[in-house]
Design a protein around this ligand. Structure first.
Ligand SMILES: NC(=O)C1=CN([C@@H]2O[C@H](COP(=O)(O)OP(=O)(O)OC[C@H]3O[C@@H](n4cnc5c(N)ncnc54)[C@H](O)[C@@H]3O)[C@@H](O)[C@H]2O)C=CC1
Ligand SMILES: [Mg+2]
Length: 344
């Protein structure tokens, strides 16, 4: 089981503790990653998540709650054959992980099929992942995101960048090799810093023109080659809003599947309350402004159901996004500060 401890306020930094089952599951997965034969065996009795053009298949439970659809291999083979897929097609799946009961999980891109016929057979709907984040739980979002990221990485790494020759995958999909050069390619993530800047009583959020209307998020940016997290944070804030930050505090990290798998490193930071004038880089950001605790609390309490249709005037990223975690932590800390102040 994964345990967490507190670093900044309520933040969850997840670390592994060897309690019942966790170590054996980890070792089992390690073996599946490296041993093609064991992985092929595991796939025969696995749970498989389906994707169509990288959109995960969701199903509604009887109580109306949405969840990521997962099929036993034998059932899925029958479904796929009904929509014209070869019975060996299932071997195209990639290893994702395993459940608490040590059942292996795989992801599979169905490719060219009649989407509506497959949805009908599966009693589900393929939903754009960004939209799915508003419909499923954070842990299901993480699983769906990982599945999509792995599929995308394999789709875009079919050729060796040194020789131009095709690369081949191992059974689990944990790497690809160019037979001509011998170079091994592993799925990769790009490090991105994300920071919630506070002036002590307000926090700074920004929006890019491409964001859905009304959505503001914490400042973020890709790390440059050779940079530390601290350097990247200072640079990004200076570049995007013209401020100098101090008191960096690590909050947590997250894999984010967009645009090509980012590794989000989240921190809090402060600015001098007398130096809060923002100077926005208009090439990057459409707007950046300071928000009060009241505005933030209202936004956190009223997440949009579907942000593309009738979004609220101001809203923050969904609970799965690490930006949401930063904003929540800041709001909790502000509440605490206010109640301590009242007690004095
Ligand atoms: N999970 C979360 O809560 C959040 C995730 N994000 C993610 O963080 C990522 C980076 O944030 P931005 O502020 O847009 O970054 P950014 O401020 O560095 O600007 C993006 C630009 O950086 C350049 N760039 C440099 N290295 C790049 C690389 N490895 N991949 C792609 N572009 C690169 C490109 O010109 C790109 O247009 C975004 O993909 C976004 O999806 C952003 C905010 C919240
Ligand atoms: Mg940015």
């Amino acid at each position: 089981m994964l345990q967490s401890f507190k670093l900044f306020n309520n933040c969850n930094l997840v670390f592994s503790r060897s309690c019942s089952g966790y170590v054996s599951r980890t070792r089992y997965l390690m073996r599946l990653k490296e041993d093609d034969e064991a992985c092929r065996e595991a796939l025969k009795f696995a749970n498989v998540l389906l994707y169509h053009k990288l959109a995960p298949l969701l199903q509604k439970t009887r109580s109306g709650v949405c969840k990521v659809a997962s099929f036993k291999t034998a059932d899925l083979k029958q479904i796929l054959e009904k929509v014209g897929k070869d019975k060996h097609f299932i071997n195209e799946s990639f290893l994702l992980g395993c459940t608490d009961k040590s059942e292996p999980q795989f992801s599979l891109e169905v490719g060219e099929v009649e989407r509506s016929a497959l949805e009908q057979e599966c009693r589900g709907t393929f939903v754009d992942l960004r939209k799915a984040f508003f419909m499923i739980t954070p842990s299901e979002s993480a699983l769906a995101a990982k599945g999509q990221a792995l599929l995308r990485w394999h789709q875009t790494n079919g050729f060796c960048s040194a020789t131009g020759q095709p690369t081949t995958r191992n059974q689990s999909g944990s790497f690809r090799v160019c037979q001509s050069s011998g170079i091994t390619y592993y799925p990769k993530m790009s490090p991105v810093v994300i920071v919630l800047v506070s002036d002590g009583s307000r926090c700074l959020l920004a929006r890019q023109a491409m964001f859905p209307p009304g959505m503001y998020s914490a400042l973020s940016g890709f790390c440059d080659m050779g940079e530390s997290v601290e350097e990247a944070l200072h640079r990004e804030v200076a570049e995007e809003v013209g401020l100098e930050v101090e008191n960096l505090q690590y909050s947590g990290s997250q894999h984010w599947p967009f645009p090509q798998s980012s590794f989000m490193l989240a921190c809090h930071a402060t600015v001098n309350p007398n130096k809060t004038q923002v100077n926005i880089d208009k090439a990057e950001l459409e707007d950046a402004r300071w928000f009060t605790l009241e505005e933030i609390t209202t936004a956190l309490q009223n997440p949009p159901r579907n942000p593309r249709e009738q979004p609220p005037v101001f809203w923050v990223p969904p609970s799965y996004a690490i930006a949401n975690q930063l904003i929540r932590e800041w709001a909790n800390q502000q509440q605490l500060l206010r109640s301590t102040h009242r007690l004095k």
